[in-house]
Design a protein around this ligand. Structure first.
Ligand code: KIV
Length: 264
């Protein structure tokens, strides 16, 4: 079976098949997710919180993401591997190019970066140089100190319009995937329909083209608390492989996320 590619994900959007994504940071879980038929693994900078115990993603370095991307790439043979460019590693285009090269050479097939219009030329430059890019809009955890906390974004009309315009601009600049985090269901639906590329939601309702969860949240093992938008799939299954299969099945059927996981 050929590895999942961006064109495969695009075809899934066109055919209204839901895309299932999850974070992964090591070879063992990557194998389990790969064998379960998950389409995208994200080596997320959430590792700063769930692996390293920080209270934000800001301390995560490019070396951290490089190391964990290598671990995932060593074992995941079928999925598309996406790696986060961490905080301040793409503050200018030269930094973005150098750091994207590090992650692609570690085994990533796509990099993800957080932010709107200010990233347009960086995205164009990366794509032109052979680096597929995923955008990340809505609640962008690297900007937690600017946002004033981990809050739902886009509830006001003006903010919602800005997010839609940013999404359109990022698509025009060359992103091939968009992660939309913690926005009201109606806005997520509007953005998903406005874009031709797949939109992957987390706390964005069931109308997006797919879902992503931090694996520790999906298994109810995050230190601290389980976010409203997540679900402990281990509770019903008692087994990791079963939990992953249930997550994928419920994303595909539209059962997850349910009303109680959504923002309005
Ligand atoms: O770092 C991460 O895990 C993420 C997800 C929350 C989408 O960006």
């Amino acid at each position: 079976m050929p590895r999942i590619s961006v064109s495969h994900l695009m075809k899934m959007k066109v055919e209204h098949q839901k895309i299932t994504c999850i974070t992964a940071y090591d070879a063992s879980f990557a194998t389990i997710f790969d064998q379960a038929g998950i389409q995208v693994l994200l080596v997320g900078d959430s590792l700063g919180m769930v692996l390293q115990g920080h209270d934000s993603t800001l301390p995560v370095t490019i070396d951290d993401i490089k190391y964990h991307t290598g671990c995932v790439a060593n074992s995941a043979k079928n999925v598309l591997i996406m790696a986060d460019l961490p905080f301040m590693s793409y503050a200018n285009t030269d930094q973005a190019y150098a750091n994207a090269a590090i992650l692609m050479q570690a085994g990533a097939h796509m990099v993800k970066l957080e932010g709107g219009d200010w990233l347009a030329s960086t995205i164009q430059g990366l794509v032109t140089r052979g680096v597929p890019v995923c955008g990340h809009l809505g609640l962008t955890p690297q900007s937690v100190n600017v946002l004033g906390g981990y809050k739902v974004q886009g509830r006001q009309e003006e903010q919602a319009d800005k997010l839609l315009n940013d999404a359109l601009l990022l698509e025009k600049s060359g992103i091939q995937l968009l992660v939309l985090e913690c926005v009201p269901v109606v806005l997520a639906k509007r953005i998903t329909h406005a874009l031709t590329i797949p939109v992957i939601g987390i706390g964005a309702g069931a109308e997006t083209d797919g879902q992503i969860l931090v694996m520790h949240d999906a298994f109810g093992i995050s230190a601290g608390f389980c976010p409203k938008f997540s679900k402990n799939f281990l509770l019903e299954t008692g087994d990791i492989r079963g939990a992953v299969a249930l997550y994928k099945k419920q994303v595909e059927s539209g059962e997850f996320p349910a009303t109680e996981h959504c923002f309005y």
